[in-house]
Write a protein that binds this ligand. Structure first.
Ligand SMILES: [Fe+2]
Ligand SMILES: [Fe+2]
Length: 153
């Protein structure tokens, strides 16, 4: 991980956050633009899990190594990933059923707040990690993988 990776992550967050206000706009029309709402939700539903998976497989393990004191925060972010996906899936189901748009807008606003708070915390951790001293070489390459198996030498 390096400053370029941080730029990538921030650009991903911006991309996700830009989709959501457009959703609010489509929901605010009379009648609501259901086709646009559903297609925007579909595209977020494609992007978000990939973003979260990259964080879980690459970014969070790196953050955990660089900032051991932040392990608790990373666990919290991981739990939030599940909640964000659940929230999005619920909104998608309600949009498919053309649930009252005013309530759906409130749910989208809630998701926007949660996503922004989540992204802000990730950004703060990444900035701190990039400034943190490099760990000792023995900490960088664990000799045991998941499940306690030895890594191939
Ligand atoms: Fe995340
Ligand atoms: Fe993220």
């Amino acid at each position: 991980m390096n400053p370029d990776d941080l730029e990538w992550l921030l650009a991903e967050h911006e991309g996700l956050e830009e989709e959501l206000p457009a959703l609010l706009e489509a929901l605010g029309r009379d009648p609501p633009g259901w086709g646009e709402v559903r297609s925007r939700l579909d595209s977020i539903a494609l992007e978000l899990p990939i973003h979260l998976e990259v964080e879980e497989l690459v970014v969070f393990p790196w953050l955990g190594q660089r900032l051991p004191a932040a392990i608790g925060s990373l666990d919290g972010l991981l739990r939030e990933h599940h909640r964000l996906v659940e929230e999005l899936n619920e909104i998608r189901s309600l949009a498919a059923a053309e649930h009252p748009a005013a309530d759906l807008r409130e749910r989208v606003q809630h998701l926007i707040r949660n996503l922004r708070g989540h992204s802000r915390m990730e950004k703060d951790l990444l900035e701190r990690a990039l400034e943190a001293p490099l760990p000792a070489a023995s900490d960088s390459f664990p000799t045991r993988g998941p499940g306690g198996r030895s890594r191939p030498q």
